[in-house]
Write a protein that binds this ligand. Structure first.
Ligand code: PEP
Ligand code: MG
Length: 912
């Protein structure tokens, strides 16, 4: 026999069949209505049709289980008994509302119908009972309109069209010469209803339903159907809510906020949701119903300002309810209520949505008030780790952004790759950016490129933000921007950039260098013009030191919170940094070492020398060029060692394909480059061109890069190893402890690793002998191609540590180019082919499974093998949680993500 489903749960009169723990079945709203009943708060009686009904509905061609009809009728009887009224009665009618409520709240995405049960008979009774004929007609007018829009599907299909009901209402108001619908007389309302009904008949071919049971089933069907409307689908994709969850539907006795001037309806928060300041706050409207407050028809009043004066007793009730709710739920609540003749009724409570600022303040304050523990404060649902970004980056002034959006200046949307807000003048070339910055260091610039390359680095450094038309979350632009802490949007396909004409075509507009644009690295939005920004107070205290800790409440709470974070987390957090200033920033944010120093980034300032090395076609000439690079590398490493003061520093040997530094593209863009190099090397320009052409690869990412470079050109590895160990000896002699960890990139075969390791160890011994000093160091490898994970047991016999390079591991496992996937990933996400961007969040089933194999096999050979991750995923909260699960020792991420990774690591450790 099939399992008996309950399908319907009742609540009312201080008792409920459900409770707050049942949100999967009853949805958030249903579970909390039940819970509020159970703790004695005033809740109009009602019942919840479970999410199982919704799932049945979709699995069975939009029909209901057989037994549902009888269960709903019984539940309605229950409500009638509690409320002392009868559904459909011409004497004492009960009216109900029908509202959606999914497991996670999806504000405004699904549908609601109020005043169900009204027809011309019940309306008369309602008028008599309330002694308020106007109220009865007003309620009926609202019902016909809502039912028409939601159940009869008469909402305009085109966003430019007006709601047909609103059109009629406007015309009647205009004729009556009134501004608000609350000013319409009974006769005018009757006229509105008559016109509404006629339109229903005209458009649907049927009379507006008068049977209350038909009405209630119509509303239930509409609410379940709204689970699959477009808004809801888009919202779920954005927030990762599975479509399989389904929504519950709540049918609840109506209470009325539109019975007169001692009635009101409102929404409120038990603390402020923007900054987290204490105190009940919100909006209300006197003599109004349901949606009026949010619909913007009349301007609502502020609860904390007006309600204590206008309805002191009701305010008191509300304030007490707020306190009870916070004590009970141990979190800030977002409530909906109705005041009917001076009495407050609760229609909803849920944990309030909040900004990152409010999340931190509220969590810390609740601990300080003794309501929750430190562990509870750190829970992911209280502070999504990513939301810490808001405290660490400049943000747009929220009002200014709203205005910009309203003014229609939104130009395009790309992939949000570096959080924060930046506004500046358009600049297409890194060299122009540098020149502009040199002549005026205070100039605000946004570097706008089709994509970026190592040559753009200096320009990126002086720009406030970087915007590219191509590339994805681990493209050059994205990872360099993150490391520098720059605001960045990549893969913004709507941009049409013409370097030659120096124009940016977007959204039908043509912008030129010097024109202002503003980019939001949280949302990926690009705006035309200037949107003012505010600096981060945490950064002002920790980095720029323009504020003292005692001057910033936000900083104080941040510091308290991060203290708890470090108490509970197991994962260590390092940073990806190549420059001393980046390293210093990361340490201020709590980094415990460097997990990845990309040595090629250090070459950007020495392009002449590296190009000389690339075009050299004999070992001798290559060694000559390398000898020129050695002192630069040594200085760079010494700078890092000094800054890190004894913390471990993982230095990766040269990794990228050489054409990144010199290719036919460079020769083409800089016509005098070939001659310059020819002179430098004493060869002909043709010889340079030939050599450059011979370096060309069809798939450079899978070509001669990583350890393959050091194997074919061992002198490169030898030079880098020498620079590392000479710098280490130098800094050690200055009295600073050093812990270098030399990392071999792109290893797939044990022999590759051993080849490079031998060079590193040999050079180390030589340098130690020369300097008369010995340094402890490790040699290890990146694990970033699938073969390496599978043969991890072999590699770990030699390698002293592993670091997962999940950018390349994702690229090679999925066979998706990290630079080109932007072209289709948006489509994939919109069509539910892939849930999240695999270059931002680890693809657990594929890449993650390989990582698990790598960890398990690696530690099989070397029990205490130290394992970390240094791909971009190391700063992504969901990926950090995964790294904790598979027992990595550390994650490494860009400096500004260090606090986020620390928090995510604590959340992982505290998760059950
Ligand atoms: C990686 O592949 O994850 C990595 C860290 O190396 P890169 O991004 O420099 O290729
Ligand atoms: Mg890599």
């Amino acid at each position: 026999m099939s399992k008996e489903h309950k399908y319907v749960y009742t609540f009312g009169a201080g008792k409920a069949e459900g409770d707050a723990s049942m949100r999967n079945l009853l949805g958030g709203k249903g579970a909390n209505l039940a819970e509020m009943c159970n703790i004695g708060l005033p809740v109009p009686a009602g019942f919840t049709l479970t999410t199982e009904v919704c799932n049945y509905y979709y699995a069975n061609d939009q029909t209901y289980p057989k037994e549902l009809k009888q269960k709903v009728e019984a539940a309605l009887k229950h409500v009638e008994t509690i409320m002392g009224a009868e559904f459909g009665s011409a004497k004492n009618p009960l009216l109900v509302s029908c509202r959606s409520g999914a497991r996670e709240s999806m504000p405004g995405m699904m549908d609601t119908v109020l005043n169900i049960g009204l027809n011309e008979k019940t309306l008369e009774a309602l008028a008599k009972q309330s002694q308020n004929e106007r109220f009865a007609w007003d309620s009926y007018r609202r019902f016909v309109q809502m039912y028409g829009d939601v159940v009869l599907d008469m909402k305009p299909k085109d966003k430019r069209d007006a709601d047909p009901f609103e059109k009629i209402l406007e015309e009647v108001k205009h004729k009556a010469k009134v501004q608000y619908d609350s000013e319409l007389s009974v006769d005018q309302l009757k006229d509105v209803v008559a016109q509404f009904k006629k339109m229903v008949k005209d458009q649907t071919g049927k009379d507006f339903p008068t049977d209350p049971m038909e009405q209630v089933w119509g509303a239930i069907g509409a609410v379940f159907s709204s689970w699959m409307n477009d808004r809801a689908l888009v919202y779920r994709r954005q927030y990762g809510i599975p479509h399989e969850w389904g929504t519950a539907t709540n049918v609840q006795a109506m209470v009325f906020g539109n019975l007169g001037n001692d009635c009101a309806t409102g929404v409120g928060l038990t603390r402020d949701g923007a900054l987290g300041l204490p105190g009940f706050n919100g909006d209300y409207l006197v003599n109004a119903q349901g949606e009026d407050v949010v619909a913007g028809i009349r301007t609502p009043k502020r609860i904390e300002v007006e309600l204590p004066k206008e309805m002191p007793e009701a305010f008191q009730q509300l304030d007490n309810i707020g306190k009870t709710l916070e004590r009970h739920y141990k979190d800030v609540q977002d409530i909906e209520f109705t005041i009917q003749r001076g009495k407050v009724w609760m229609l909803q409570t849920r944990n309030a949505k909040r900004t990152g600022f409010a999340a931190v303040r509220i969590a810390v304050d609740l601990v300080n008030e003794g309501l929750i523990t430190e562990q509870e404060a750190l829970l992911k649902r209280r502070i999504p780790a990513d939301d810490l970004n808001q405290l660490l980056q400049p943000i747009f002034d929220p009002e200014a952004k709203k205005k910009a959006r309203a003014a229609g200046t939104l130009l395009a949307k790309g992939i949000a790759a570096g959080p924060g807000a930046a506004t500046g003048k358009i600049c297409f070339h890194a060299s122009d950016a540098e020149a502009l910055h040199n002549s005026d260091p205070s100039v605000d610039l946004i570097l706008v490129r089709r994509e970026t390359s190592p040559e753009d680095l200096r320009g990126m450094k002086v720009a406030k933000g970087i915007l590219t038309a191509f590339g994805g979350a681990s493209s050059h632009a994205a990872l360099v921007s993150r490391q520098m802490g720059k605001v960045c949007i990549v893969g913004c396909g709507a941009l049409n950039i013409d370097y030659h004409k120096e124009t940016l075509l977007v959204g039908g507009k043509t912008l030129k260098p010097g024109d202002w644009i503003s980019i939001d690295g949280f949302s990926g939005e690009v705006y035309e013009g200037k949107v003012p920004t505010k600096p981060s107070e945490v950064v002002e205290v920790l980095l720029s030191r323009t504020k003292k800790p005692e001057e910033s409440e936000i900083f104080q709470r941040y510091a308290q919170l991060m203290g708890w974070v470090d108490k509970f987390r197991k994962l260590r957090v390092r940073t990806n940094a190549d420059q001393p200033d980046e390293a210093a920033r990361a340490v201020a944010f709590g980094a415990e070492g460097i997990g990845l120093c990309r040595t090629e980034h250090m070459f950007f300032g020495h392009l002449d020398e590296i190009r000389e090395m690339i075009v050299a076609d004999t070992k001798e000439s290559r060694e000559k060029a390398l000898a020129k690079l050695l002192p630069f590398q040594r200085d760079d490493f010494a700078g890092l060692f000094r800054e890190m003061k004894g913390r471990p520093v993982t230095i990766r040997l040269l990794d990228p394909p050489l054409h990144e530094f010199l290719s036919e593209h460079h020769l083409h863009e800089q016509p005098d480059l070939a001659n310059k190099l020819a002179k430098q090397l004493g060869v002909s320009a043709e010889a340079i061109a030939r050599r450059v052409a011979s370096l060309k690869e069809s798939n450079p990412m899978l070509g001669h890069r990583g350890c393959r470079l050091g194997i074919v050109y061992p002198e490169i590895t030898a030079m880098q190893a020498r620079a590392i160990f000479e710098a280490a000896c130098l800094v050690k002699k200055e009295g600073i402890d050093v812990h270098p960890e030399v990392m071999i990139p792109l290893v797939g075969f044990l022999a590759e690793y051993k080849n490079q390791e031998a060079i590193v160890r040999e050079v180390a011994e030589k340098v130690f002998k020369e300097k008369g000093i010995k340094i402890d160091f490790l040699v290890g490898t990146m694990i970033e191609i699938p073969r390496a994970t599978v043969v991890a047991d072999q590699i770990a016999k030699a390698a002293e540590f592993f670091s997962f390079g999940t950018n390349d591991l994702t690229q090679t496992t999925l066979g998706m180019s990290r630079d080109d996937y932007g072209a289709f990933i948006g489509y994939y996400q919109e069509h539910d082919i892939i849930g999240s961007d695999p270059f931002q969040t680890i693809d657990k089933d594929g890449v993650g499974a390989l990582m698990k194999i790598g960890v398990e096999r690696g530690r099989r050979s070397r029990e205490n093998l130290k394992i970390g991750i240094c791909g971009e995923h190391g700063g992504d909260p969901a990926s950090v949680m995964f790294c904790h699960e598979i027992e990595l020792d550390y994650v490494s991420c860009s400096p500004f993500r260090v606090p986020i990774a620390r928090l995510a690591a604590a959340q992982a450790a505290l998760a059950k």
